[in-house]
Design a protein around this ligand. Structure first.
Ligand code: SAH
Ligand code: SF4
Ligand code: F3S
Length: 446
């Protein structure tokens, strides 16, 4: 048996929230590995436990404090374990104050804008034994050159910008991620080239609103220009991006779905609501008809394009009539799938102060009706795939199908299960779709 000293120190990271947080966790993992830590299978065995938090909705907050209660037990059993908390919730003073007061056994707090400081904070925590709490409110440049321990060797997230300038009135993100800051095209391209050289075939460009890439910096290159540059990189076969805001959909980007071969036929285009009155109150800067017009142009450019979205019910002041507009939009837009949300009050956002908050039971009733409408359409869209042959990037063993079953995604981002040797993960294959479920497809290799 290895002695305590010989045993390598381990880490465990728990990630909540969106792809931005997932990408940040890859950086945190990469930095920990540079410090000599290795991943732990179980959180309770880890020497360093990191919780990367999300604050987009209230239940995300509650889940975090619930998790902290559990993590405290790890600390009681192993007082040398180090607990670090980070992510969007840490950018809110009321959260860090609460941790100071009630959870003062937490060792390290850092925010979304200073993850690069984590290794130094960790070393100091170990050497000096004092708590390390540091969060930045703003950052003008994104830290470059940080390592990343990526989950897949063949597909990767590439962050192109941080922050958001849109201030949708319900949303906390502009406060937790700060103002928009874009990376330079050179840094992004060099990362993509390195990934391609390391065997990555699929890239997903990440940002809260990738369409406004470079605007704050007045960069010559806009998002579309960046997309075409990335498409030139040998080895990269598929490009995706998320998220796009419907208010910034230049014609050239729409046409890229026809003209750029490597761009996958899928767009995630959050609509949020179907009522113009509510869209205006949300500060979204488009109408229902404008949104449907964009979908029409996208489908002209690429008739097979899949469209997914985010929709919210119960925004303050939403009437039954407003909600019916959302249902009408859903029928007309025919989304391939959607993430649905119950509006949740976020302290510090303008909508939190609105007097006409919607009672929970009405929100839930609308939510159920919305989900039913969306599921029917998703099932129809999936059923229409049966008989088609799709090009799949094989991702590995399927969680649902068991041994000998792999999953992968179509270009349109639909999940497919099929019999296949796991060793083929990372390869492309043609799969004929034989059966459709509500949330995934089944097929066979051809
Ligand atoms: N940048 C992306 C989305 C970021 S948050 C965009 O602009 O589309 C992801 C989703 O969470 C949002 O699209 C929205 O539907 C949902 N969301 C954000 N704030 C919310 C709130 N206060 N209550 C409920 N859902 C919310
Ligand atoms: Fe939030 Fe709106 Fe920014 Fe998306 S665009 S992150 S919903 S403020
Ligand atoms: Fe959540 Fe922060 Fe993403 S609030 S949704 S993790 S940007």
């Amino acid at each position: 048996m290895l002695s305590e000293k010989e045993r390598s120190k381990t880490y465990f990271i728990q990630t909540f929230g969106c792809q931005m947080n997932e990408r940040d966790s890859e950086t945190i993992a990469g930095m920990l590995e540079e410090e000599g830590y290795t991943p732990s299978e179980k959180r309770e065995d880890a020497d360093v436990v990191v919780i990367n938090t999300c604050s987009v909705r209230e239940n995300a907050d509650n889940r975090f404090f619930g998790q902290l209660g559990v993590v405290k037990k790890i600390k009681e059993k192993n007082p040398d374990a180090i607990v670090a908390v980070c992510g969007c919730m840490m950018q809110q003073k009321r959260v860090t104050d609460r941790i100071h007061d009630k959870y003062n056994w937490v060792d390290i707090i850092f925010g979304t804008m200073n993850i690069d400081e984590f290794p130094k904070m960790l070393r100091e925590r170990i050497a000096e034994g004092r708590q390390e709490f540091h969060v930045l409110d703003a950052r003008e440049q994104i830290a470059e050159g940080l390592p990343a321990a990526r989950r897949y060797s063949f597909k990767a997230f590439v962050n192109i910008m941080n922050g958001c300038n849109n201030f949708c009135t319900y949303c906390i993100v502009p406060y937790t991620r700060g103002r928009e800051v874009s990376r330079s095209p050179e840094n992004i391209l060099s990362e993509v080239r390195n990934l391609a050289a390391a065997g990555v075939r699929e890239i997903t460009l990440l940002g809260q609103n990738v369409n406004s890439y470079g605007k704050a910096e007045h960069l010559e290159k806009d998002f579309c220009g960046l997309l075409y540059d990335i498409a030139e990189v040998d080895g990269i076969e598929r490009i995706r991006f998320m998220t796009s805001h419907p208010k910034d959909m230049p014609e050239r980007l729409i046409q890229a779905f026809r003209d750029c071969d490597k761009l996958c036929g899928h767009i995630h285009l959050p609509v949020q609501a179907g009522s113009d009155r509510i869209l205006k109150k949300m500060n979204r800067h488009y109408t229902k008809e404008q949104y449907l017009g964009i979908l029409e142009r996208l489908r002209e450019a690429d008739p097979d394009i899949a469209v997914t979205t985010d929709i919210m019910v119960g925004f303050p002041g939403e009437t039954e009539e407003d909600f019916l507009e959302t249902l009408d939009l859903v029928q007309r837009a025919r989304f391939d799938s959607a993430f649905t949300f119950l509006y949740s009050i976020r302290e510090g956002t303008p909508a939190a102060k609105a007097p006409d908050q919607i009672p929970e039971e009405i929100k839930h009733d609308r939510f159920d009706r919305l989900v039913n409408a969306l599921n029917t359409i998703t099932a129809e869209k999936n059923a229409a795939c049966v008989g088609r042959t799709e090009r799949i990037l094989i991702e590995g063993r399927s969680a649902r199908g068991g041994e000998g079953t792999c999953t992968g995604r179509t270009e349109s981002f639909k999940l497919v299960n099929f019999l296949c040797d796991e060793s083929r993960a990372g390869q492309f294959a043609d799969v004929k779709i034989t059966e459709a479920g509500t949330f995934s497809l089944f097929g066979e290799l051809v």
